[in-house]
Ligand binder design. Structure first.
Ligand code: ZN
Length: 269
């Protein structure tokens, strides 16, 4: 509560001279990014954690800024989301992987440097090997990084940024409809086109949505910005949507006390 009051003072712009609390909130350090793996071509994959203040066993939100290299729109929202989370401290622990597919981003390709669609390379119950899905689940270093992160962080909710021509909308797998509606409603305050789509309308063997949402029953949101959407629109919608998801997680006590989560002991890839 003290923390919330401190943030309120700063956001309100009323800085009291010599006010230690306000000064502390203003100087909250940005979290450091750490290298958690490397791509096929050796590019670093980086992640950071924004800790929840105070509370024991906070809900855990895992956010991925991008997984398809030709869908870089969401990457623009990552740093603004970090700043929002640090400033507002919504009461959840957030792990952010900036870009799971740096080789694809550099080359503007959907897949990684070997042409594998990382979002078809997870050990989901419907994985089948194929040239563009990999010879085996987690055959790619990038997807293996994310699987390790999911296990070690123990995510209660996963959010992944994509883009698509018919966006912007939010798709979900597992028990994620309420969270998807919260994201879309908040993003919709910035852009009325945002809505929820229950099914992508095509099969997604080996997808993260199936692996996390369907197989494990952990809510996962596939956030589809509109392909080519303006950066300021992406930032506004992404910040608003993640804020709404985090607040709902905190309010509902989704997490260790309120849901199954992806337990580190919950069966590895
Ligand atoms: Zn995508």
């Amino acid at each position: 509560m003290l923390r919330l009051l401190m943030v309120g003072v700063v956001v309100g712009g009323v800085l009291l001279a010599g006010g230690g609390c306000a000064a502390r909130a203003r100087t909250e350090p940005a979290p450091a990014w750490e290298v958690v793996g490397t791509s096929v071509r050796g590019a670093p994959i980086v992640a950071t954690t924004i800790e929840a203040p105070g509370g024991a066993l906070p809900a855990r939100l895992l956010l991925v800024g991008g997984i398809h290299g030709n869908e870089p729109e969401g990457l623009a929202a990552v740093d603004p989301i970090v700043r929002m989370l640090v400033a507002e401290a919504p009461g959840v622990r957030v792990r952010i992987i900036r870009d799971l597919n740096p080789d694809g981003t550099a080359a503007r390709t959907r897949g990684n440097a070997r042409g594998v669609d990382l979002n078809r390379n997870f050990p989901a119950s419907n994985f089948t090997p194929a040239r563009q899905r990999g010879a085996s689940a987690l055959s790619e270093p990038e997807s293996a990084v994310l699987a390790r992160e999911i296990e070690s962080f123990g995510a209660d909710v996963v959010v992944v940024f994509h883009s698509i021509g018919r966006g912007p909308f939010v798709n979900f797998d597992g028990p994620g409809e309420g969270l998807a509606r919260a994201f879309a409603a908040a993003a919709g305050e910035t852009d009325a086109r945002w809505h929820v789509v229950a099914s992508m309308g095509y099969p997604t063997p080996g997808s993260l949505g199936t692996f996390v949402g369907v197989d494990r029953g952990v809510p996962i949101l596939t956030v589809e910005f509109r392909r080519g959407q303006a950066r300021d629109e992406v930032v506004a919608a992404g910040v608003a949507g993640v804020r709404a998801v985090a607040r709902l997680m905190a309010a509902r006590e989704i997490g260790p006390a309120g849901g199954p989560g992806v337990s580190p002991a919950g069966g590895g890839p």
